[in-house]
Write a new protein. Structure first.
Ligand code: ZN
Length: 208
């Protein structure tokens, strides 16, 4: 499956978004933003059902196993996603961050914290420091995504946030290249296309 192109004749809204998820964002917060696809054009929602969100969180490695998600949490997850994107775009365009988006992401951070627990050793020996089981895994997972977004957008890491340079792609990504000059969401798709276009232009110059 190509990283970015959705079929023209896609029947919208989708029944499930799972076949259209992609993972070239470089980190969970960016992959999450990319679940709203074709932001440059149609704006295709790929978190359609509560089960979609549960499956996505597992595939993104922020939740261990599928868990029940309510419609309310799905709606809140989409709001979180759009708040992260608003901050991401403001960062790239060097604009002031929308305060409402900052507040919304901040509201999620409380769910991200590690909840330590000290338990007695089964054999009655030394106590053991572990983590309390998450009472509400989806919310906790979304809290981890909010924390990832806050780390990316609230620190020096913000200089590495990008939108793909292709005119027909709105893929967001976090640039982990050593020089920090990556331009394409994926070399396999958008990067290759640009290379082919430059090649065609060179050929035209040579022969005309
Ligand atoms: Zn792209």
């Amino acid at each position: 499956m190509p990283d970015r192109d959705l079929p023209e004749d896609l029947v919208l809204p989708l029944a499930t978004g799972e076949p259209w998820w992609y993972w070239s964002g470089g980190r969970p917060a960016v992959d999450f933003v990319n679940t709203q696809r074709e932001r440059w054009r149609r704006g295709v929602e790929t978190l359609i059902t509560p089960a979609d969100l549960s499956a996505w969180l597992v595939q993104a490695h922020v939740m261990d196993e599928p868990a029940a998600v309510s419609q309310a949490v799905l709606a809140q997850a989409r709001d979180l996603r759009e708040a992260i994107d608003a901050l991401l775009v403001a960062t790239i365009e060097d604009r002031a961050a929308p305060v409402a988006a900052v507040t919304l992401v901040d509201d999620w951070l409380v769910f991200a914290g590690v909840r330590p627990q000290l338990v007695p050793d089964a054999a009655g020996g030394v106590p053991r420091l572990t983590e309390r089981a998450a009472a509400d895994s989806p919310r906790r997972a979304l809290g981890m995504i909010a924390l990832d977004a806050a780390t990316m957008l609230g620190t020096e890491q913000r200089s590495r946030v990008r939108i793909c340079a292709s005119e027909t792609c709105s893929g967001r990504f976090f640039d982990r290249s050593p020089a920090g000059r990556r331009r394409w969401c994926s070399m396999r798709t958008c990067g290759n296309e640009a290379k082919a276009r430059r090649h065609r232009q060179r050929l035209r110059k040579t022969f005309h």
